[in-house]
Design a protein around this ligand. Structure first.
Ligand SMILES: [Zn+2]
Length: 315
């Protein structure tokens, strides 16, 4: 029986039983053979072993750049990707926590819930049931929560939309809450801050939801008449009827980086005008270039930015 020598790359005819046999080249044969067997065994055993997988729950995969970021790091970075600055959507409670001083927020009109003037029902069932389920699941009464709170000690009135609530849609309850919050701001001479996150008007309420565009804009006019600032923050996404009404008429319009802002969808516009639109069309950056947005502010800087604007008002 012949053995291959790993040292001289030659065939050795020495018997395998001779543990201390010296090969033609002088290499210790037994040692080589043992080691080679170890390598061969390793190849077979390694391939059959299960791959060690890291538990998925420790990673957050950035939807924009696909970077793997530790969840703790993702959370401490306010759910913004540290690699590409992608701003993940956050809910209304998280937004309020970021913007107002701890424990200073007082919510208004929690009793206002969606109404069903058309007795609307679609393939998924009655709107009334769907709305009630959403209220129950999210623990908020409408697609916006309103209230007053302090930003670095200055009292303001806020309305913060939540995209999770039926796509942040603008309905009669949403409009009513925003109007009442604005009226509170007028009464107490507070700055009004609106954080939008919406897919547009709520089709379940038909024309009633479209009327909220005019109703909220009329309320914003009251702020102007009273000489009170209206700061509009556009978060991802701000589209449809919301972008066509109160979201775009702030004294200062601010957006987070990469926010989708537009009225009709990109494909609809392309088909209508028969032209290819730029890649960054309907992004906050595109709107800034074209004068529809005044500032793009990173999430971590938003509170400081608002505090500076409020300090300006005091002067
Ligand atoms: Zn990223």
């Amino acid at each position: 029986m012949a053995y291959y020598c790993f040292s001289s790359r030659d065939v050795c005819a020495l018997p395998a039983r001779n543990a201390q046999a010296i090969n033609n080249c002088g290499a210790l044969y037994a040692g080589r053979r043992k080691r080679s067997r170890g390598i061969i065994m390793g190849w077979f055993t390694r391939s059959s072993q299960k791959k060690q997988e890291l538990p998925a729950e420790i990673w957050q995969v950035c939807p924009s750049c696909q970077a793997h970021v530790f969840k703790d790091e993702w959370a401490s970075n306010l759910r913004v990707c540290p690699k590409c600055n992608h701003h993940e959507r956050i809910n209304c409670r998280e937004r309020i926590d970021l913007l107002v001083d701890g424990g200073s927020f007082r919510e208004f009109n929690q009793h206002i819930v969606p109404s069903d003037p058309l007795k609307f029902s679609d393939a998924k069932g009655p709107y009334k049931e769907k709305a009630a389920e959403t209220v129950e699941k999210l623990g908020i009464s409408e697609s916006v929560i309103t209230g007053s709170g302090n930003i670095n000690g200055t009292r303001v009135v806020l309305a913060v939309m939540d995209f999770r609530f039926l796509g942040g849609s603008l309905a009669s309850g949403t409009g009513e809450k925003i109007v009442l919050a604005i009226e509170h701001a007028v009464r107490f001479k507070r700055t009004f801050i609106m954080v939008s996150a919406s897919g547009g008007a709520r089709m379940h309420e038909g024309i009633i939801s479209l009327m909220q565009m005019a109703k909220t804009c009329a309320a914003v006019a009251k702020l102007e008449k009273a000489g009170l600032p209206f700061i509009s923050i556009l978060s991802d996404p701000t589209t449809g009827g919301v972008s066509a009404s109160y979201a775009m008429i702030g004294d200062i319009n601010i957006a987070e980086p990469g926010t989708l802002i537009g009225f009709a969808g990109r494909r609809v516009i392309e088909q209508t005008i028969k032209q290819k639109l730029p890649d960054n069309f309907q992004t906050a950056e595109y709107l800034l270039e074209h004068g529809f947005v005044d500032h793009i502010v990173n999430r971590k800087d938003m509170k400081t930015f608002l505090a500076n604007v409020l300090a300006y008002r005091k002067k």
